[in-house]
Design a protein around this ligand. Structure first.
Ligand SMILES: NC(=O)c1ccc[n+]([C@@H]2O[C@H](COP(=O)([O-])OP(=O)(O)OC[C@H]3O[C@@H](n4cnc5c(N)ncnc54)[C@H](OP(=O)(O)O)[C@@H]3O)[C@@H](O)[C@H]2O)c1
Length: 279
């Protein structure tokens, strides 16, 4: 695992992007803030979101043919479409995508081997797994690269991904299933924790809206503390747990094994599903 090259690209990048849905548009918004992204050609059958439609650095395409006509100008092609369309999409673009245009894919479950099969072993590929906080620059992205990716291209990919938040690289692609299970799906576990805490508050006598307001700000505050302080989570927890106090009473229930076991089981289930999807 490594943090990767934290440098700006040598020159502003021109990109192609296929798929401008939730993740694609979040990436475009982040990249539009950067002087190192010069232009993006965007392929999506739906209309671009209103805030992107008239942007001078963007051009929308509905037809794959005219989109691919621009491919020779790209420093990279970003794939943010649903996995289900990939078996049709990749063979359609492979014959017209220049071999030296790196692909940066965030498509869940599509492996480096899948792309090598579709585009050939010389096409540089980055497979990345971001998560939804990427939309506000607080994402966690883990990436791995095919052997054909050069250092300069890795720097560019790292730069693009770091516009979305933190980035780590793994050499061992098999780790991507566990990555998907922890950081890819992880925000949903935290949202569920918030829901569960609010519901428990309601059972303890608070009005539902009030319980949700308290739970919400508590999760926001705890996350901000983790971000502001390098202290390990276990130490932060110990610091707010007085012997024989209220937090200790709750933690003695939570830490009797069940919670950790449940989460371990949940992460294993997500990793298993990620593995199934990448077949
Ligand atoms: N959402 C996440 O948290 C997350 C996290 C990590 C990775 N991912 C991965 O990121 C990818 C995109 O996810 P998403 O949540 O952004 O999905 P999404 O909102 O459904 O976006 C996909 C977009 O691709 C468009 N599209 C469909 N066919 C196309 C084609 N032939 N060419 C170009 N665009 C096409 C869709 O248009 P229509 O709606 O008109 O079909 C839609 O706008 C998926 O592979 C997903 O697994 C998502």
């Amino acid at each position: 695992m490594s943090g990767g090259p934290n440098k700006a690209p040598a020159k502003p990048l021109t990109l192609g992007l296929a798929g401008c849905g939730k993740m694609g548009s979040a990436m475009v918004r982040a990249w539009m803030q950067s002087p190192f992204v010069a232009h993006i050609d965007i392929l999506d059958p739906s209309a671009l979101p209103a805030d992107l439609e008239q942007h001078p650095k963007l051009k929308g395409f509905k037809s794959g043919i005219s989109f691919m006509d621009c491919a020779e100008h790209w420093d990279g092609l970003v794939l943010a479409v649903k996995p289900q369309i990939m078996d049709e999409f990749c063979p359609a673009i492979a014959p017209v995508l220049p071999e030296d245009v790196p692909i940066l894919s965030i498509v869940t479950g599509k492996t480096l081997g899948y792309y090598t099969k579709q585009f050939g072993k010389d096409q540089p590929i980055v497979r990345a797994m971001p998560n939804t906080p990427a939309a506000i620059g607080k994402g966690m992205t883990v990436a791995c690269a095919s052997p054909a990716l050069h250092d300069t291209e890795k720097t560019e990919a790292h730069f693009l991904l770091s516009c979305l938040g933190k980035v780590e690289w793994v050499e061992d692609e098999t780790l991507m299933d566990a990555v998907t299970a922890v950081s890819g799906s992880g925000p949903a576990y935290v949202f569920y924790l918030l829901e569960a805490l609010a519901q428990a508050g309601t059972k303890a006598g608070l009005k539902p809206d009030f319980a949700m307001a308290l739970a919400r700000q508590t999760v926001i505050g705890a996350a901000a503390l983790i971000e502001a302080d390098e202290t390990p989570a276990a130490k932060l927890r110990e610091n707010v747990t007085s012997p024989n106090g209220t937090t200790a009473a709750a933690l003695s229930v939570l830490m009797n094994g069940t919670w950790q076991d449940l989460l371990t089981e949940a992460v294993a289930a997500a990793a298993k599903r990620a593995k199934e999807l990448s077949r």
